[in-house]
Design a protein around this ligand. Sequence first.
Ligand SMILES: *[C@@H]1O[C@H](CO)[C@@H](O)[C@H](O)[C@H]1NC(C)=O
Ligand SMILES: *[C@@H]1O[C@H](CO)[C@@H](O)[C@H](O)[C@H]1NC(C)=O
Ligand SMILES: *[C@@H]1O[C@H](CO)[C@@H](O)[C@H](O)[C@H]1NC(C)=O
Ligand SMILES: *[C@@H]1O[C@H](CO)[C@@H](O)[C@H](O)[C@H]1NC(C)=O
Ligand SMILES: *[C@@H]1O[C@H](CO)[C@@H](O)[C@H](O)[C@H]1NC(C)=O
Length: 420
Amino acid sequence: MQNYLLSFAILLVGLVVAIKCAAVNAPPANIDFYKLYDNPEAHITFKDRRTTRDRIAAHGYPAEHHHIVTEDGYIVGVFRIPYSHKLQNQNKIRPIVLIQHGLTSCSDAWILSGPNDSLPYLLADAGFDVWLGNGRGNTYSRNHTSRSPLHPYFWRFSWHEIGYFDIAAMIDYALKTNGQGQQSIHYVGHSQGTTVFFTLMSLRPEYNEKIKTAHMFAPIAIMTNMENKLVRKVGPYLGHRNEYSLLFADQEFLPNNDFLLSLFSNFCDADNELRPVCENALQNWSTDSRSNMTAMPDGLATHPSGCSTNQMLHYLQEQQSGHFRQYDYGPQKNLEIYKSEQPPEYPVENISSELHLWYSDNDNMAAVEDVLALSDRLPNKRLHHMEDPMWDHGDFALNIEVRKYLNEPVIEIMKKYEEM
Ligand SMILES: *[C@@H]1O[C@H](CO)[C@@H](O)[C@H](O)[C@H]1NC(C)=O
Ligand SMILES: *[C@@H]1O[C@H](CO)[C@@H](O)[C@H](O)[C@H]1NC(C)=O
Ligand SMILES: *[C@@H]1O[C@H](CO)[C@@H](O)[C@H](O)[C@H]1NC(C)=O
Ligand SMILES: *[C@@H]1O[C@H](CO)[C@@H](O)[C@H](O)[C@H]1NC(C)=O
Ligand SMILES: *[C@@H]1O[C@H](CO)[C@@H](O)[C@H](O)[C@H]1NC(C)=O
């Protein structure tokens, strides 16, 4: 899935550039494509995009949409399945689980395969209070108490801030809102959802006490052996402080994302007459029989979900440096911020919470050697190597057997912890 999304994102960049070029003689600067197309005189009128809440509710589950304010003023949109309508367990103790998505993704990624296979539904039906996070800057989290997403300062963050501020705020908010006096939660993250966890738990060690078990799907911190071709190609240019990376930094990745998301949402969403075309195009595109292709149109309708270019730059810096360390602003600003010319390493040795690392041989983002190198530094971990040699980065989200090989074992570990 991540691979499709990446190719797709690149396709979109091409499209945006093409549209921009075509519009070169038209009004300059930020063209609002959304307004341009969403106009009764044009032939398309957009419907509102369905949110994670709408998609969950469509399956009959109770669903909530929360807006959580972080210490530094960002407002992140978080979804919740508070209990299971099948169990009618709203008055029972329901242990909290927080689930966090990967780069350019969002809460929708977790529910694509529906109630019989997707982790949030299975957790709800196992008696948990399920929270689906969204990092600052994505579709559900373009919001701030005083700063507009149209202002470039809004985009001055990396996954560092998502971990340090957003995840911390989500944990505290979920504990408070659950209202059952719970002191700690279970956590699940995929890809960047693991990076942000390592960031928070190493720099604010007191948060480890709020974690029961944490499940890292395709953990990403050390990136020395990552095989992803695109990353290896652009890393030498963008992974260092230079004129290329400065041009790319501090902005929204895909500035016209909102328009494109609306377009694809309208094109691929379940109740649209054009859905068969979307399905057809996808079928011809892929011969992959491992992923749930039925879930793909919804994937396209909700992705890519937006992020800051600094999130990508920060990863490229890690890939180039071989370190898991804070954002590199260049020697001068580093001295100001960190009191050293090089950014400081994240002290992962101080992550005391119970970590479960789920990793695989065929993952071109989280290489086995890198996961093991990280694992050597973690004091309290369990390794779960995926048996299937073909299991890749996207399989953690969309493999047709994700229930059997991943979701059920994870839920078993949580239930055992809870003695449920
Ligand atoms: C932004 O946050 C406010 C305050 O919580 C909320 O009412 C509003 O719906 C949010 N807007 C968006 C676009 O998420
Ligand atoms: C695939 O996704 C569809 C659509 O959400 C869902 O109905 C189906 O149960 C999923 N199947 C598997 C094996 O994950
Ligand atoms: C749900 O998943 C289970 C286990 O993977 C499978 O045996 C069953 O057929 C699925 N049910 C439906 C309705 O898809
Ligand atoms: C997909 O392939 C089928 C069969 O080869 C073909 O009839 C159809 O036109 C193709 N669709 C697209 C969108 O390319
Ligand atoms: C890790 O924890 C130890 C013990 O609390 C502390 O002395 C040390 O400063 C921490 N390391 C970092 C880099 O924060």
